[in-house]
Design a protein around this ligand. Sequence first.
Ligand code: AMP
Length: 628
Amino acid sequence: MPEAPKNSYPSDYSLDEMNKKKLEFIENVTSNPDEVQKKVLSEILLRNAHVEYLQRNGLNGHTDRESFKKTMPVITYEDIQADINRIANGDTSPILCSKPISEFLTSSGTSGGERKLMPTIEEELERRSLLYSLLMPVMSQFIPGLDKGKGMYFLFIKSEAKTPGGLVARPVLTSYYKSCHFKERPYDPYTNYTSPNETILCPDSYQSMYSQLLCGLCQNKEVLRVGAVFASGFIRAIRFLEKHWPLVVKDIRTGTIDSQITDPSVRDAVMKILKPNPKLAGFIENECRKDCWQGIITRLWPNTKYVDVIVTGTMSQYIPILDYYSNGLPLVCTMYASSECYFGVNLNPLCKPSEVSYTLVPTMAYFEFLPVHRNNGVANSISMPKSLNEKERQELVDLVDVKLGQEYELVVTTYAGLYRYRVGDVLRVAGFKNKAPQFNFICRKNVVLSIDSDKTDEVELQNAVKNAVNHLVPFDAAVSEYTSYADTTTVPGHYVLYWELSLNGTTPIPPSVFEDCCLTIEESLNSVYRQGRVCDKSIGPLEIKIVEPGTFDKLMDYAISLGASINQYKTPRCVKFAPIIELLNSRVVSNYFSPKCPKWVAGHKQWSSNNNKATTRIEEMNGKAQTV
Ligand code: AMP
């Protein structure tokens, strides 16, 4: 297997040499991906030969692909939930992995309304670092000189909890930023950010955002690239600036930090950078005062070459607003990753967002692909992922056997103890780099609504609506049809539900009842949604819009005029197409918002509700109320 290049090199290595090594690595692993994959699988199976899960399934120490495929089931989270719970409750025996589970990564994908817990091991940090280290060498092939300045990236940590057994559970990026791989990274011109570590690691999201913007603005000329992980996060930063720029300007003018920034380590770190600069303050004030914020990124950070944010998948809804703020700078999606495993990189980063494809790095995990057969474009019916039958299991193909243009669901086997695990993402083969396929990200299976990292599926939405309509029963009213829409024109974005009512009673329904419906829906949605509402403030209050009777018939007429079949027509539970949203909005008779935030606590519900003992063991470490 080609040896992974070191993540840091001796100081006498030139940047060019380092870049060359990284690019050679990509060339190598994409030239013989099948061989690499075979070795990755046998390495994973060899070292885990005695773990309970593999023994239970009868793999019997085999490490070859054929035995693995014949013996091991293709699974979803629910299939290993009992094993995960044992680990979470403190069982340290080798259940899934021979190496100790170092922590759980809390995925934005949920199960039973709670974040999924992905086990991880210490060495996975190395693999994540390796993937990160490939990004800038790739980028610098297209834009030279990026080592001559800084990156302004808005990076944040999120709250973390402890499982009853004492393992930390937190999002993968929080884990990474808190690790020595990030905090103690040796100097590297490519990880030279305007945000000092202390501002990124500050658990209070207001202070973190404020101080990162302040540092980014006072070094504005040095900034060559700007970004965040997802587009939604970057837009939040710009909107934050729209609201708070007078304070930031004052700080730059005087060289002092606003008193709301109370974290001493943040204050110290910012003071190392901030110097009184009335000229710059005046310039920023002048730009921010203007009514029009078009091109604000290029105005405030004039040397910026590109915006580094993920705009593939549901994040594509933010492309127009990013184009507006950046005056059309390239939007660059560099990588594709998850809590389960980091997957791949975009080798053509300046391509259009609609053409982005990711090359899976074959050393990261063992990848398999389940062909996806769409039912002729008919809207998805409500269904839970079911277990695969024997025939479907045989359809899984290896990395090198995928076919151009075909869509697949990604299945991974990881070093941390997931075996043939369905990630839930649908990818389409867009081309090849040497012998390694490159994939467009198509969608997350079943997800209908998403604003930030929340992923709400049709079943969750259906249950939430079912719970809410109970409020209408005393009025002899019911919801005859509904659909939904992720409205990102407001900041933060919010969920909108369009309801058509069937009214039998005569008592008018007071607005407070619909507001209760809004809140009940929010209370019923998964923990990632509620965290976005309560803690991150990245999602705004849910809205119900009541539409005139007959609106959904009009919707059907419209769909049929576009070619849908009458027999197969089903009301889509989520709409995205602008003319349909216009149609719905034109028939709204009243609208209502959720009057307050739903409940949310860090960690899993059952960790706090089982009994008092469990409650006292829960440790909410960073879950302070956050007020961006
Ligand atoms: P999480 O496990 O919470 O980190 O979320 C991982 C999921 O985010 C992936 O499985 C994808 O659904 C989504 N995701 C990650 N990277 C990308 C990307 N570059 N483009 C689109 N979706 C992505």
